[in-house]
Design a protein around this ligand. Structure first.
Ligand code: FAD
Ligand code: NAD
Length: 475
């Protein structure tokens, strides 16, 4: 094949797109990946939102800010006294940028090693599975047996609080603050609101989060959500539920935010306002005139369970299609599509996509919440175990939270696991694997968990779900 004809052309080089191209190449197909990301210095980098301004930089800052916070508040309990504790936000940001650079340039290295042709520019799907690529060098047209659309998402902007990049900002700007804002407001107590609110709160900001809904984290198990809310509030995050923002305006060096809560008009004055009310799919300029890839009312490309669009050999994966906007969900879809194109059997198990919120304590879950199971009418049992009774958590001085396991009352299959606590994001992996293997609560009960580890809390929760196993007697 000439270098303009490929088996697979992927448009979008984020966590959904680049693994699709790499997996296709691993399976012996010729693959190209086109991505138009440009950072603030004008460098074109693969990796999409996740690596450049999402998962990776946010976790870098969460780690740094948590260490600073713990040095302030917890070290003394361990008998460690650090005098003159200082904060260098620029150094923290430089570390973050270094990690982003290593990982984004790492993708290019993987492309080179794996035989994927990378194009740094804009892709447009033309009729007949041709793809127009516009790079700094000009315009060219590629032909492809298959095209995978992986163009991702961008932050939603509110017409009543338009971004200005300085005082009213999105998550991208909020990851790059060079100073700690004294008064920080956030609209939206979703995943970004909680993670970025935590970063800047730990570094010293007074943080107020305005959330339109009355329920905190409605997608999470409510026992776990309530426990998380209690701990986050204790850390000083002022989370106001049922707060409907009606407007925001710049006043001198401040932002005046107007909202309604409990039937009364309220006002909040902050130095910076982060708007984190969700993200929307990106398909602007993606389709040539004769291309008819269906897009739903909210802008998502319509696909079936295996990410096929209705146009033959055109697929779509990641944030630009239905389902949770999560990097690992997109990655699995990208890999699945590459395998299907290569003629293999492949599927994504959408029932076991884990969700993690990287606050402290972390919040993580997989499967159904107790509210969902109850609503389904299926008889179920619940086991919980608090980290306060876990030896490792005590040693870590991180005893907040609990593990909750929900299993079918009759058949014993694990229906959901919900964790709020230390390293919940790591612990949930065991529950995901268990559910992927259709484990029962008894399977987890009979699995040896090393002592002392945090994972024992899941073991104990599985035992608590079924008192027979604890006492060794039949009920
Ligand atoms: P994207 O990552 O958005 O990548 C799409 C790429 O396509 C971009 O580079 C874009 O520039 C490019 N593109 C778009 N149109 C074109 C075109 N026409 N031609 C060429 N290129 C194009 N998820 C998690 O799972 N865990 C986390 O911890 C997490 N943290 C997050 C923190 C923040 C602050 C944010 C904002 C998001 C976070 N997410 C997290 C969500 C995660 O980043 C997304 O789910 C993920 O990046 C989606 O991957 P994607 O490949 O579908 O899209
Ligand atoms: P989100 O959907 O998680 O939360 C948005 C919140 O804003 C919701 O609680 C919503 O009720 C609220 N809201 C919406 N409009 C509002 C208004 N006008 N006034 C007040 N509140 C309002 O969205 P997000 O936090 O922006 O994150 C976007 C996406 O990025 C999510 O889909 C998330 O999965 C992904 N993400 C994931 C992670 C992670 O996996 N750890 C981290 C960050 C982002």
């Amino acid at each position: 094949m000439s270098d303009k004809n490929f088996d697979v052309v992927v448009i979008g080089g984020g966590p959904a797109g680049y693994p699709a191209a790499l997996r296709a190449a691993q399976l012996g197909l010729s693959a190209a990946c086109i991505d138009d990301w440009k950072n603030e210095e004008g460098q074109r980098l693969f990796g999409g939102t996740c690596l450049n301004v999402g998962c990776i930089p946010s976790k870098a800052l969460l780690e740094s800010s948590e260490l600073y916070h713990r040095a302030h508040t917890e070290f003394a309990v361990h008998g460690i006294h650090v005098g003159g504790l200082g904060l260098d936000v620029e150094a923290m940001q430089a570390r973050k940028r270094g990690i982003v650079k290593q990982l984004t340039t790492g993708i290019e290295a993987m492309f080179k090693a794996g035989g994927v042709t990378g194009f740094k520019g804009r892709g447009k799907l033309l009729a007949g599975n041709r793809v127009e690529v516009t790079t700094d060098a000009g315009v060219e047209v590629l032909t492809a047996q298959h095209v995978v659309l992986a163009t991702g998402s961008v932050p939603v902007e509110l017409s009543i609080a338009k971004f200005d990049g300085r005082r009213i900002v999105d998550s991208t700007d909020a990851l790059a603050f060079t100073d700690v804002p004294k008064r920080l407001g956030l609209i939206g107590a979703g995943v970004i609101g909680l993670e970025l609110g935590s970063v800047w709160r730990r570094l010293g900001s007074e943080v107020v989060i305005l959330e339109a809904l009355e329920t905190f984290l409605p997608m999470a198990d409510q026992q776990v959500a309530k426990e998380a809310l209690r701990h986050l509030k204790k850390q000083g995050l002022d989370i106001r539920l049922g707060a409907k923002v009606t407007g925001a305006s710049l006043e001198g060096n401040a932002v005046n935010v107007r909202y309604e809560m409990g039937g009364a008009a309220q006002e909040l004055v902050v130095d910076v306002l982060i708007v984190a009310v969700g993200r929307r799919p990106v398909t602007t300029g993606l389709f040539g005139a004769d291309v008819k890839v269906p897009v739903d009312q909210r802008g998502f490309i319509e696909v079936d369970e295996q990410c096929r669009t209705t146009v033959p050999n055109v697929w779509a994966v990641g944030d630009v299609v239905r389902g949770p906007m999560l990097a690992h969900k997109g990655m699995e879809e990208g890999v699945m599509v590459a395998e299907l194109i290569a003629g293999h059997a492949a599927q994504v198990n959408y029932q076991t996509v884990p969700a993690i919120i990287y606050t402290a304590p972390e919040i993580a879950w997989v499967g159904k919440t107790e509210e969902e199971v109850k609503a389904s009418g299926r008889p179920y049992k619940v086991g919980t175990f608090p980290f306060a009774a876990n030896g490792r958590a005590k040693g870590m001085q991180q005893t907040a939270g609990l593990v909750k396991l929900i299993a079918d009352q009759e058949h014993d299959d694990v229906l959901g696991v919900h964790i709020v606590g230390p390293l919940a994001g790591e612990l949930i992996g065991e529950a995901v694997l268990a559910m992927e293997f259709s484990a029962s609560a008894e399977d987890i009960q009979r699995t040896i968990h090393a002592h002392p580890t945090l994972s024992e809390a899941l073991h104990e929760a599985s035992l608590a779900a079924d008192k027979r196993a604890i006492h060794g007697i039949n009920r």
